[in-house]
Design a protein around this ligand. Structure first.
Ligand code: GLC
Ligand code: GLC
Length: 622
């Protein structure tokens, strides 16, 4: 497909989005964006154009069952861009083909919210290398069959970004890129309906800047200046950056904090319709020049707001191809705490199916805290209250509930909205069991880690391993004594890659060896089974007739169906009810093919059941 054809294919999407955002200025803004896309298309390398062609003929490439992701802080995992090649064999051994590196682009000097206050979007952090190193690394990963995802922090820049500096030096063009206020009148009005993302570290949503003599809108930390997308210059500038990153070879642009990009007085300024239009406009602009690059929404929002980021509105739109399935994540943790599946079943069955060309990023842990996104109506439907259950989860994972096995750390302690930090291993009970020297509790904790991953790996979408979980790495305790990190407990789950643990991965007598081999097994089975392919597939929970068993049913039009069963209870459980539309009554467990009764589960066991016969294989074996 040539550039003109791509432009024609995406122009209606772009025009519709811009008409919604800037009704008085549609033609000019569309022209400016198309102009940026044309320039980027001209500059695109031959290698990336070849990638574009491959993906245009295989538009479901990111929906393949062979996809398995890994996310890591570049410096904490590999030290530097040049050292990443040493880690490629490790990633291949684990079965990874999609890599999300955090904290690559040049952050603010000093504290930078873990790299999320970006000073320069187009060069890497000098501590990890140069732009040439970045391009070489992306090329090397591509040559090894690994796609690259980077953060595109588009809601805010750091306060030492050149635009912020120019704004402080009096440039009116640059001042207009941000949201600045001469006095408290407007900020006070906005504050009446704005929540606080970092209530402890950065109370309020506005920061006084002496040099400007103005209040600056700062949703996150005081050094992260929110951009003003009601000014089309912001969108045009940021689209230019997205195109440049796509031309570096970034396969997946992670739209950081996309939910926050549009502000509307009297609302919580999240999930506004215009935030979706911004994503749609970026989608169309990038697609015109770099069709190999897709978008991942980082919208850690309640279930009712989630599907919009995949383009599901009154009518479907082309928006992000991927979004974090934070509801599956939260519900999975909730299930292991309560040992019940009813709330998860209810919440997940309320979610509409993702539009055809989109899918989930499924995960157990990431670099952020867990916010307990339990919907009030879902909670009420199973006889609890939303607030009550949210505070139960915070207490449970902090380790303060009588039956708790977790030893997490609170984050953002505001009454009613305490969130949780900690590695999967700490939250699943490894640490508590170890300290108690309780072998049975330890075995259960390992089973919990595997259960959580088996749900994420078996639901569909691109499952993500969070660095360290494959080794069952525990929390990093050093954050509490570091003046730059001690106020942000998220550093508890951002450890350095542990070489010594990694060396134990093949020793199956160790905790690390067990978790590693069991996760590897999940990955191998998934990669070999076309039922996990997502093109045209749906996944829905079903009632297994046993409160301890979480059941889900995947139906793929070409590769058949798969029934996932997770016994979140701590005693054996039998499935007494099967999905209503089950075609084959005879099933066997892809994970334990020799087991005779697939409907009976050990405590904390997960089964992936398929109809017998030749294993349906993947359409895209490499
Ligand atoms: C995202 C990041 C988080 C960061 C925030 C502000 O949600 O995942 O780590 O603090 O955005 O950029
Ligand atoms: C909230 C936000 C998310 C952010 C996180 C940081 O969950 O929705 O964007 O990264 O807080 O802790």
């Amino acid at each position: 497909m040539n550039g003109a054809a791509l432009e024609r294919a995406w122009l209606p999407d772009l025009t519709a989005a811009i008409a919604g955002l800037y009704p008085d200025d549609v033609d000019t803004v569309v022209d400016r964006l198309v102009e940026r896309a044309r320039r980027a298309a001209d500059e695109r390398s031959a290698a990336l154009r070849a990638r574009d062609q491959e993906r245009l003929v295989d538009p479901g490439w990111y929906q393949s069952n062979e996809r398995v992701g890994y996310m890591a802080y570049l410096d904490r995992f590999a030290h530097s861009l040049r050292d990443v090649d040493r880690r490629i064999p490790y990633l291949r051994e684990l079965g990874i083909d999609t890599l999300h590196f955090l904290s690559v682009l040049r952050p603010r000097e000093g504290e930078s919210d873990g790299g999320y206050a970006v000073r320069d979007y187009l060069t890497p952090d000098p501590r990890v290398g140069t732009t040439a190193d970045l391009l070489r690394m992306i090329g090397q990963l591509h040559d090894n069959g690994i796609d690259v995802s980077l953060d595109f922090v588009l809601n805010h820049t750091s306060d030492d970004h050149e635009w912020a500096i120019a704004a402080r030096n009096g440039s009116s063009y640059h001042q207009a890129l941000y949201r600045l206020f001469p006095d408290r009148t407007a900020p006070d009005q906005w504050e009446t309906s704005l929540p606080e993302v970092f209530p402890d570290m950065a109370p309020g949503n506005f920061t006084w800047n002496d040099e400007l003599g103005r209040w600056v809108w700062t949703t996150f930390r005081e050094f992260q200046w929110d951009l003003d997308y009601s000014n089309p210059d912001v969108l045009v500038e940021m689209a230019g950056i997205a195109l440049a990153l796509a031309n570096y070879g970034v396969d997946i642009l992670r739209l950081d904090a996309i939910a926050f990009t549009w502000k509307r007085l009297g609302t919580n300024c999240q999930n506004q319709p215009e935030a979706h239009l911004i994503a749609q406009a970026l989608r169309a602009t990038v697609a015109m020049a770099a069709p190999a690059t897709i978008l991942l929404a980082e919208a850690i929002v309640g279930p009712a707001d989630l599907l919009g980021y995949l383009g599901r509105h009154d009518l479907e739109r082309r928006e992000c191809e991927l979004a974090y399935h934070n509801q599956l994540m939260v519900q999975s943790w909730s299930m292991i705490a309560t040992r019940r599946s009813d709330l998860a079943r209810r919440a997940l069955s309320q979610l509409p199916d993702p539009p055809a060309r989109s899918t989930w990023f499924t995960y157990v842990r990431c670099h952020d805290d867990i916010g307990w996104a339990i919907d009030d109506a879902d909670a009420a439907a199973v006889g609890v209250t939303g607030a009550g259950h949210r505070s139960f989860l915070a207490e449970f994972f902090r380790g303060d509930f009588p039956t708790s096995f977790a030893r997490g750390t609170p984050f953002g302690v505001t009454v009613g909205d305490e969130r949780t930090s900690g590695m999967a291993s700490t939250l699943a009970g490894i640490e508590a069991a170890r300290r108690a020297g309780d072998a049975a509790a330890l075995a259960r904790a390992i089973d919990r880690v595997v259960l959580l991953y088996a749900i994420a790996f078996g639901w569909g979408g691109i499952p993500i391993v969070y660095m360290g979980d494959e080794l069952c790495q525990g929390d990093d305790r050093s954050w509490a004594d570091d003046p730059d990190r001690h106020h942000d407990s998220r550093w508890a789950h951002r450890p350095m890659f542990d070489e010594q643990l990694a060396a134990l991965r093949t020793e199956t007598s160790t905790i690390t060896g067990q978790v590693w081999s069991r996760l590897r097994h999940l990955i191998d089975v998934r990669r070999a089974s076309g039922v996990f392919d997502d093109v045209g597939a749906v996944a829905r929970p079903f009632d297994a007739g046993n409160e301890h068993v979480f059941g889900w049913h995947r139906i793929h039009p070409r590769w058949g169906s798969m029934i996932g069963l997770a016994n979140v209870g701590e005693t054996a459980a039998t499935v007494v009810q099967r999905p209503a539309d089950l075609v084959h009554d005879v099933q066997h467990d892809l994970l334990a093919p020799d087991d005779r009764d697939p409907w009976l589960l050990r405590p904390l066991q997960v089964r992936w059941l398929a109809s017998p016969g030749p294993l349906p294989t993947s359409p895209r074996s490499r």
